[in-house]
Write a protein that binds this ligand. Structure first.
Ligand code: S3P
Length: 167
């Protein structure tokens, strides 16, 4: 079983993903970290030097490769689902939307300069647009506002044990 965590920046994908992987006895892959290791560059620098489109290409490539490998818990970057090919690749795994409100995301990450997307003046529109994309791609969602990662992991693991919902 491969479980993929999607959601906006600050949803807790990396924290929850790591904990869920421990619980399930599966490896954990954080796509942003994988890209940084491979390119030996920070995500922020890829954005500023080569542009967002190049980052999305590297991101898609890494995701397709990871999803075709052994079972794992995989945390995607917040914008990964904007790539149609990535959405297609998610059909074969259990895709979970970790939901965070815009206000809580801002509280959690503030103006983190490691996250170039947060500097966009239209970031609120990006948030609104992505909400629909996440829920469309997700097998189920788990709310994270005002909840500790342990609670989120518990609900998520409970849903997984019920099996992948059809449809
Ligand atoms: C991005 C989210 C980041 C990272 C990159 C772009 C986005 O990941 O992939 O900065 O477009 O929302 P996190 O969601 O883990 O912060």
């Amino acid at each position: 079983m491969t479980v993929v965590l999607m959601g906006f920046m600050g949803a807790g994908k990396s924290t929850v993903g790591y904990m869920l992987a421990e619980k399930l006895g599966l490896p954990f892959v954080d796509i942003d970290i994988l890209i940084e290791h491979r390119t030996r560059r920070r995500v922020r620098d890829i954005f500023s030097e080569d542009g967002e489109a190049e980052f999305r290409r590297l991101e898609h490539e890494a995701i397709v490769e990871v999803l075709s490998g052994t079972d794992a818990v995989v945390a995607l970057g917040g914008g990964a689902v904007e790539h149609p090919g990535t959405r297609e690749a998610l059909r074969n795994v259990i895709a979970v939307h970790l939901e965070v409100s815009y206000e809580e995301a801002l509280l959690r990450i503030g103006n983190d300069d490691l996250r170039p997307m947060m500097a966009r003046p239209d970031i609120r529109d990006v948030y609104d647009r992505r909400l629909g994309v996440y829920s469309e791609a997700a097998d189920f969602s788990v709310k994270t506002d005002l909840r500790r990662p342990e609670e989120v992991v518990e609900e998520l693991a409970g849903n997984l044990s019920l099996g992948k919902p059809s449809g």
